[in-house]
Write a protein that binds this ligand. Structure first.
Ligand code: GLC
Length: 500
């Protein structure tokens, strides 16, 4: 079998609002992305995933889509999108776009019609709500003027579609065709374990993301992905789809990537694992034992950046661990998803003032949850003061950037061989050389306490999660390491690639 491009691809998530602002309104846009394609090509990624740029009232940063076939003026035009795809392809990069099928915006014409009393069957309207809560906190139901209630598993501005209505299926097949016709190489499916809800909408005890739940992962959803797979395969090129599937079981995750469904699914168990060799080994074994094509992700626009998640009282630990985790992730079989800014070693920004916060989670929880703004702060490109080249000088970005970003700009790090950016560039270049010459299969080696050693053919990857140095296994040549290595021992919070 020919190996599909996505099997080992490194995909870079672009949270468009926070990547680069070419228009000078403080919000990132498609022209900004296009201008930075050379940076991404130099970084060495195989594909980009663009978060939603469709017309939207922006109640949830664009995950509230009012028109699935357009570009919001905030982000540019359809012509900008087409030029971006063409340029990305010229640079040898694939383009994935985000599809949001669980819910639309309340500004979508269908929902506006529903409010006027027509076509309510495209959404979930009831005379009485059940006890479901919104993922963003607060009730999952909002009452409309005539007394009925509609379901929204996220913000009230994000009404859930009724996937038991065939019109919804037809609409999304057409939306996929629209973007496939414009040359996209694939889709990231938002809340892919959503869409269907159990018949009768029974009350629920625990409504966290679980494999068995009346809210998530209904068996009917798989038929949707079977149809989508057929559509993707009817197009030339290897078009693909990756699902955002939050679940508590690897076996459940595997259902979404059966050969006639989605090509990939995010593996959030890796991102949720604590800094522990046993936890890492378990996730790796569970993943490789259940899914044919693995994916790995450490950060995205919904979670605390991993540099900060891995922090301890010792200030250097978070970044050391983040770099070590990257080397392990890039050595594992499968594809890796990076989140913009991790290559700069950006931390979570924790001190955004309440009046500057934008995430609906902050507002719906009445300020009791910080929300996700801290990982969405606009990227620092250059210069020593805000807007750090994100926007033209004198423009305030949509979220404030901390002064500490000055040391982390792409400009400050470029050419400095000790920087995180140059480390990412080296790691991605090495991986590109290695990946097709080693087997997909991984083998564990005996590992000292606190460490994890594995091989893939001639590549040995080692990580030390423990507090003491451990002896390295025998090797011919050190390919690269995430921190300094002296003699034959691997320091704490360090990973390395060895040629056996
Ligand atoms: C997904 C997105 C998240 C969004 C939610 C609702 O989880 O990644 O950002 O808020 O779906 O669309």
């Amino acid at each position: 079998m020919d190996i599909p491009w996505w099997r080992d691809a490194v995909v870079y998530e672009i949270y468009v609002r926070s990547f680069a602002d070419a228009s000078g309104d403080g919000v990132g846009d498609l022209v900004g992305v296009r201008e930075r394609l050379p940076y991404l090509a130099q970084l060495g990624v195989d594909a980009i995933w663009l978060t939603p740029f469709y017309p939207s009232p922006m109640a949830d940063g664009g995950y509230d889509v009012a028109d699935y076939r357009g570009v919001d003026p905030l982000f540019g035009t359809l012509a900008d999108f087409e030029a971006l795809v063409a340029d990305a392809h010229t640079h040898g990069m694939k383009v994935l776009v985000d599809i949001v099928p669980n819910h639309s915006s309340s500004g979508h014409p269908w929902f506006q019609e529903a409010l006027a009393g027509r076509g309510r069957d495209r959404y979930v309207f009831r005379d009485e709500p059940n006890n479901w809560q919104s993922t963003f906190s607060g009730p999952a139901w909002t009452q409309v003027d005539d007394g009925q209630w509609y379901l929204h598993l996220f913000a009230p501005e994000q009404p859930d579609f009724n996937w038991r209505n065939p019109e919804v299926h037809e609409e999304f097949l057409d939306v996929l065709r629209f973007w496939l016709d414009r040359g996209v190489d694939g889709f990231r499916i938002d809340v892919a374990m959503g869409l269907y809800k159990a018949e009768g909408l029974p009350d629920v005890g625990d409504q966290s993301f679980m494999s068995v739940s009346p809210i998530w992962g209904q068996p009917e959803v798989h038929e949707v992905y079977r149809q989508w797979r057929k559509l993707l395969e009817s197009y030339p090129g290897e078009r693909m789809a990756v699902g955002e599937v939050w679940t508590d079981s690897a076996a459940d995750l595997a259902l979404y990537v059966r050969p006639d469904e989605l090509h990939q699914s995010f593996n959030f168990a890796w991102l949720q694992a604590p800094w522990s060799p046993t936890a890492f080994k378990k996730v790796i074994d569970d993943t490789l034992g259940t899914v044919p094509f693995a994916t790995w992700v450490l950060s995205n626009h919904d979670v605390v950046r991993h540099r900060t998640r891995y922090d301890t009282a010792d200030p250097g630990t978070g970044l050391a661990r983040a770099k070590a985790a990257l080397l392990v992730m890039l050595a594992l079989p499968g594809s890796a998803y990076l989140y913009q800014g991790e290559e700069l070693g950006l931390p979570e920004v924790k001190d955004i003032p309440p009046e500057a916060r934008q995430d609906p989670i902050f507002f719906q929880s009445k300020g009791t949850l910080p929300g996700r703004d801290g990982c969405r702060v606009p990227l620092p490109w250059s210069g020593d003061a805000a807007p750090f080249g994100f926007s033209p000088q004198g423009v305030d970005p949509w979220l404030p950037q901390p002064g500490t970003f000055a040391a982390l700009t792409a400009e400050a790090q470029s050419g400095d061989s000790d920087s995180t950016l140059e480390f990412y560039r080296r790691a991605l270049a090495c991986r590109r050389d290695l990946v097709r010459s080693i087997p997909y299969h991984l083998e564990w080696m005996d590992s000292p306490e606190g460490a994890l050693f594995f091989t893939r053919g001639s590549l040995t990857c080692v990580i030390n999660c423990g507090p003491e140095p451990v002896p390295l296994p025998p090797y011919d040549h050190l390919i690269m390491s995430s921190g300094p290595i002296t003699g034959d021992s691997l320091p704490p919070d360090t990973a390395a690639w060895l040629q056996a």
